[in-house]
Write a protein that binds this ligand. Sequence first.
Ligand code: TYD
Ligand code: MG
Length: 443
Amino acid sequence: MRWEGRCPACGDWNTLVEAPAGAGKPRDRFHPAGRSSVAAPLREAVASEAGRLLLDIGDLDLVLGGGLVSGSVVLLGGSPGIGKSTLLLQAAASVQRTGGSALYVSGEESAPQVRLRAERIGGAALDVTFFGSTGVEELLRVAHSARPDFLGVDSIQTLSSEAADSAPGTVSQVRECTAALQAFAKLSGTPVVIVGHVTKQGSLAGPRTLEHVVDAVLQLEGSRGREHRLLRATKNRFGSVDEIAVFRMTGAGLAPVDNPSEVFLSQAGGVSGSAVAVTFQGSRPLLAEVQCLTARSRFGIPQRTTSGFPPRRLALLLAVLERRAGVQAIERDVFVNVVGGLRLSDPAADLAVAAALVSAELERTIGSRAIIGEVGLGGEVRAVPRLERRLAEARKLGIEEAIVPATALPATVTHEAAGAAGAPQTLRLVPVSHVRELVERIA
Ligand code: TYD
Ligand code: MG
């Protein structure tokens, strides 16, 4: 035996929990019947994940990687009040609407409470089968006999198993219950969606272990004051983790947002320190507003506070701007915020962040110009993939001018082409090849 302080899988500290050997159920629960237990050539293996259940709620299916895979276990996380139970019930209703049967198990709310929610959501929500339970054995007995096409469980923290004698929500309980639900999912082919609450620190309360066990982890985000909700996968065995779905909380549940870009552009245009980036989140281009503020540093080490943009990337941009374009912001306090909770991991957002910085530092507004490009260490502005689709998205949102990498022209886009093809209006392209030119454009 030896000590381990750090999880070898996710790299987080203090997430490992000691458990007595032999605790829990026999191993074979993880290898249920129906799975081949003989060695055989791969070519003879039949895909058991062929079936995908389409839920058709905005871009939820996209985030899942093309629908809910049969036999998979999905964890739906988010802070209290964000809309997890609502989304779960909507998913169940959607299964019901398309002729399937959905079982919704809640240990959090009573049947009358969930009924009220179902009435708000409307559609087939009232046809969903409800079972109020906090015991995993009991709920699985019901699930076994009901044989639903979809099982939703709200929430993992309220469930407990007879196999563990600790309180609900503890690591051993969460692990037991998840394992039991997983065995059911694999055995019956039923997709199971489990709700999990997130603590203030941002991790799923107690059960970090849970994230390793399930097939996909979806995270519902948003601030309670705002009506918009962002759904993204932080883990997905069956698809990419880049896709996002944008919803609006309405009086009748979560509704898809038709034009997500609008959500990420704040109304307050025309102030210095604000720039519009065109980023790809998975397969979709999105306009995002970057806000930046610089201030005199009062302490020895200048502060860097970023939200939605990698701090290291910011440090790099600051260094490049100072060395290659003479913008002396490196000793200043710098705050960067991406509007609407979006995360800009796409390198094509570099130039927009640099522009927001320059704009903040020089106190010059950029206006509603879209700014697209990757910034290299030499200060050069590099071409970005899928420029045309980014420009099309900008044009759709009424942007009239875009600063783009000069290297991308005219090979991919010509000035004429940008305004052609039935576009509502033309988009002026301003090519730049170096951050110096960007500074000249803004100053
Ligand atoms: P809920 O799904 O209960 O959140 P969670 O399960 O993540 O804690 O939703 C919480 C909020 O959503 C609650 O404040 C009420 C609001 N809501 C609506 O605005 N419209 C609706 O149609 C529904 C069902 C809920
Ligand atoms: Mg809830």
